[in-house]
Design a protein around this ligand. Structure first.
Ligand code: NAG
Ligand code: NAG
Ligand code: NAG
Ligand code: NAG
Ligand code: NAG
Length: 290
């Protein structure tokens, strides 16, 4: 397991807000636009930016008034859980709490309730329709893998057997909904940038080494993906110092984790800046919800 108790590393606790801020969704406006004839080139006429997701019938039209991060968890026995563990064949043993013997089950019934609005109930068919001919990719560590599995479980419930599949390709786990030609991918990159923990399975490396300025090996697989969701946190928390290279590939230095994390995020942000076109693609970060 890659989890590490936060309380056991108080010295790096201050990383937490930064980590939350790094949960960023980069969705191309292509997702919302049906007017883009060359998806792989991301060429869309800017007058076409009238995305249905932001129309008056959708909660996102209220996004400027509603900070969805300002709210609380409420127990909702009526509408939760959204799926039952035993109904989803794609969960890894690591996350099948009930099958692993967890005695309580109420933890599945929490629902996030923003103070300023109510989120619409998750609608698998609607999302599959939005993802038609598109790819949604989750990039990060095992926390992100859980997000991926959860998304797959939510979507797969409305797809009949034989019309859905999951397979591995190195560093990736790929779920496909055949009738929609929709793809949901998990990409293992626990530090987002390159590291010696990048092997899809054999990644429990105790002498961690992160290449703070190198991202291309991973990012080549992100190009052209319609929606990218990034997360990286847990793997930085192993110790307050981390060995890394930056600039010169063979010079390994010990960095404070907070410094290393920031440098890695800068590398990532530079990639975003040079590969995402703000005219045609949209970046959703926490600031967008305020
Ligand atoms: C689609 O793009 C063309 C220009 O390429 C534009 O003239 C047309 O109005 C757009 N259609 C919609 C529905 O926005
Ligand atoms: C959007 O906001 C208005 C009031 O500003 C509210 O009446 C409406 O229910 C909100 N819609 C959604 C989907 O939350
Ligand atoms: C939900 O169900 C549990 C167990 O049946 C119960 O203890 C709890 O009070 C219920 N919560 C609500 C809000 O109904
Ligand atoms: C299926 O989806 C992929 C993107 O995942 C896209 O490149 C391809 O053109 C789609 N196929 C069809 C027939 O639309
Ligand atoms: C960094 O690498 C050196 C040499 O292998 C090692 O002695 C040191 O413990 C490592 N530091 C960390 C924080 O892993």
């Amino acid at each position: 397991m890659t989890m590490l108790s936060v309380s056991s590393v108080p010295r790096v606790l201050s990383l937490f807000p930064l980590a939350l801020a790094s949960l960023v969704v980069v969705g191309t406006v292509r997702l919302f636009l049906e007017n883009c004839s060359h998806p792989e080139k991301i060429i869309c006429h800017s007058s076409a930016i009238e995305p249905p997701l932001f129309s008056s019938t959708n909660f996102l039209s209220n996004w400027s008034q509603c900070n969805i991060y300002d709210g609380k968890w409420v127990l909702d026995n009526a509408s939760r859980p959204l799926y039952k563990e035993e109904d989803c064949p794609y969960l890894a043993n690591q996350v099948t709490c009930q099958r692993n013997g967890r005695p309580d089950s109420l933890y599945q019934n929490w629902r996030w309730q923003p103070n300023g609005c109510t989120l619409p109930r998750f609608d698998a068919r609607k999302l599959l329709e939005i993802l038609r001919n598109k790819r949604l990719m989750f990039i990060g560590d095992s926390i992100q893998r859980s997000q991926f599995q959860s998304m797959v479980c939510l979507l797969q419930s409305v797809i009949p057997d034989g019309k859905k599949s999951i397979h591995r390709a190195p560093s990736m786990k790929i779920f496909k909904a055949e009738d929609f030609n929709a793809t949901v991918v998990f990409y293992w990159a626990p530090f987002i940038v390159e590291s010696n923990s990048d092997h899809a399975v054999k990644h429990t490396v105790h002498k961690r080494l992160v290449k703070l300025d190198s991202i291309e090996k991973h990012s080549q697989h992100w190009k052209g993906v319609d929606v990218l969701v990034f997360e990286s946190y847990v793997w930085w928390m192993y110790s307050p110092l981390i060995n890394a290279t930056n600039g010169t590939p063979y010079i390994v230095e010990e960095y404070k984790v907070t410094t290393a994390y920031e440098l890695a995020l800068r590398t990532w942000a530079n990639w975003i800046d040079t590969n995402i076109n703000p005219q045609t693609q949209k970046e959703l970060g926490m600031e967008d919800w305020k």
